[in-house]
Design a protein around this ligand. Structure first.
Ligand SMILES: *[C@@H]1O[C@H](CO)[C@@H](O)[C@H](O)[C@H]1NC(C)=O
Length: 179
């Protein structure tokens, strides 16, 4: 004869076991899937302005502004273990002091139910594209990459990037100060 308590205990143990099994299944069934996708990126209206750098007084540093378009389909990334994506646009470039500079210009959370197919034109950057010197003016190769974190229900946070990065030459002349 089982007492009430032993029954409850068995039930709880079983429930926990099922939950752990489902969690493990969610992880194992999705961990080896392909999390890459393609993106079509375009930049436009790139302008560079000299701005006063207050840390070095009368020196100026390069501030770039630009618009961009993103066309990407994230729907194949969503399986039953994907909660949302954290998508962000990175500009990468070399400068004399750094082998690689990475500047995050924009980000967005992509939820399962909404805007899984992204087709956005003339987006503006959310964050400043500021160099620590004068390395943006006339730069021959500023590379734009769309990266994303895949936020799972269980398992680890995956970092991936979309195929289709672009290499953009930057203007060789400064724009007038006024917008
Ligand atoms: C442009 O820069 C990126 C990243 O900084 C690099 O991976 C790529 O090889 C460069 N392309 C050329 C043509 O130099």
């Amino acid at each position: 004869m089982h007492s009430f308590l032993t029954r409850g205990n068995a039930l709880l143990g079983f429930t926990l076991w099922v939950m752990a099994a489902v969690t493990a299944a969610a992880f194992l069934s999705t961990v080896f899937l392909d999390y890459t996708t393609n993106v079509e990126l375009k930049t436009s209206d790139i302008k560079i302005r000299p701005v006063v750098d207050y840390t070095t007084e009368d020196e100026t540093v390069d501030l770039a502004t630009l618009q961009f378009s993103i066309s990407a389909d994230f729907s194949k990334l969503f399986n039953w273990n994907v909660k949302q994506l954290f998508v962000y646009l990175v500009a990468e470039y070399q400068s004399k002091n750094n082998a690689i500079n990475q500047v995050v210009l924009w980000d967005r959370i992509v939820e399962r139910s909404e805007r899984v197919v992204m087709n956005e034109k003339n987006l503006k950057t959310k964050y400043y594209f500021l160099d620590d010197g004068k390395n943006l003016i006339g730069h021959k190769n500023v590379t734009f990459v769309l990266r994303y974190n895949v936020i799972p229900n269980s398992g680890y946070l995956r970092l991936s990037q979309a195929q289709g990065q672009i290499e953009v030459p930057f203007p060789t002349e400064y724009s007038a100060k006024s917008r």
